[in-house]
Design a protein around this ligand. Structure first.
Ligand SMILES: Nc1ncnc2c1ncn2[C@@H]1O[C@H](COP(=O)(O)OP(=O)(O)OP(=O)(O)O)[C@@H](O)[C@H]1O
Length: 237
């Protein structure tokens, strides 16, 4: 579904990604693991077309999207959930859900089907219960659920999630796991940044370890669980 080849990225003179190659297959949940500053956020931003100083190839659903801007990638089915979740605090849950652009009647019809409000509420009943609540009154887990649902409303088939569990309690982290499984069951593919390697191994299929802008290892769940202690030490957690 997604194939990245030789991706490099810079901030001015400083190189943040070095020749990154990886792939994500349809229906998978794949994580990016690495210390602060390893390049994880930069990688997701490059995939979405949000980072101007990048070279290399990004292919999505067989198409080279490397030269496309973020809105065109979004139309193809890429969705980015930033680490601040991008929820509008003063708007209600429903108003937040109604914000994503709705494809015009003369749309090219080449993109995936955006989720209707009903589909969002069926998949995440908690959002229906909270639909009149302002963003400020939501828990961290509910905000994350809303952020994911908003991107699904754009018709995303591959979600690029920047550390959805960051700063959340263990109980809420488990809830996020449930949400990601729901998303996967709905046929959506996920590439996420995740520092909690134990959680990562329970929710995802494969893992890439990033260090100093490179993919240094690719691991399956058994390898992550067998090396959990070592990985936690490496990550400084
Ligand atoms: N706006 C920026 N200007 C200059 N350098 C930046 C900028 N954003 C990130 N960097 C640098 O690029 C490198 C990769 O940062 P990035 O945020 O992608 O890492 P990360 O793995 O996501 O870490 P974190 O979890 O701390 O966000 C780091 O060396 C960082 O200092």
């Amino acid at each position: 579904m997604l194939r990245v080849d030789g991706l490099s990225a810079w901030y001015g003179e400083a190189q943040a990604l070095r020749d990154v190659s990886l792939h994500v297959e349809e229906g998978e949940i794949v994580t990016l693991v690495g210390r602060n500053g390893a390049g994880k956020t930069t990688l997701l931003r490059c995939l979405m077309g949000l980072h101007p100083g990048a070279s290399g190839t990004v292919r999505f659903l067989g198409e080279d999207v490397s030269a496309l801007g973020p809105h065109k990638r979004a139309r193809r089915g890429l969705g980015y959930v930033p680490d601040d979740r991008g929820v509008f605090a003063t708007l209600s849950v429903e108003e937040n859900l109604l914000l994503p652009p709705v494809r015009g009647v003369r749309g090219r019809g080449d993109g995936p089907e955006p989720w209707s409000l009903d589909r969002v509420y069926e998949t995440f009943p908690r959002l229906r219960e909270r639909r009149r609540f302002p963003g400020t009154k939501l828990s961290g887990g509910e905000q994350q659920m809303l952020a994911l649902a908003r991107v699904l409303r754009t018709g995303a088939r591959l979600l690029l999630c920047d550390e959805p569990t960051e700063g959340l309690s263990p109980l809420v982290v488990q809830q996020i796991g449930g949400i990601l499984r729901e998303v996967k069951a709905a046929g959506v593919t996920v590439l996420l940044i995740e520092q909690n390697v134990h959680f990562a191994a329970t929710v995802a299929d494969r893992h890439h370890l990033l260090a100093e802008g490179r993919v240094v290892e690719s691991l399956d769940n058994d390898e992550v669980l067998a090396r959990e202690h070592e990985l936690l030490q490496y990550l400084g957690i």
